[in-house]
Write a protein that binds this ligand. Sequence first.
Ligand code: 5GP
Ligand code: ZN
Length: 112
Amino acid sequence: MSDCLFCKIASGEIPSSKVYEDDLVYAFLDIDPQAPTHFLVIPKAHIGSCGEITPENSAVVAHAFEIISQVTRQMGITDFRVVSNCGPQAGQSVPHLHFHVLAGRDMTWPPG
Ligand code: 5GP
Ligand code: ZN
């Protein structure tokens, strides 16, 4: 999508601090970290949010979670939270599907 911030980050048009990359997904540090470790995992192909996951595009979601497991393991992180905000009321500010991975501090429940 031409006017999407995370499409531009995935393509390298906008710089970011890369954590992991392959043909399907890109992971990078959040610019405004909410925990000592806070990175985002996004599909390279544009999907607006969790509300746009379909049988045709859902394989990348499974892959993203494999990568979350792999990257956290490589970082030595065992306890972490994965969050995806879907829609403005839920706190989504960038309309390109992304999974927040947060770790390194105690987490509260329920989330705010
Ligand atoms: P959301 O609010 O949609 O759930 O999450 C969007 C996240 O993207 C936020 O945590 C925000 O800090 C992060 N973010 C927004 N713009 C940029 C950017 O230009 N670079 C990086 N690395 N993160 C960004
Ligand atoms: Zn996009």
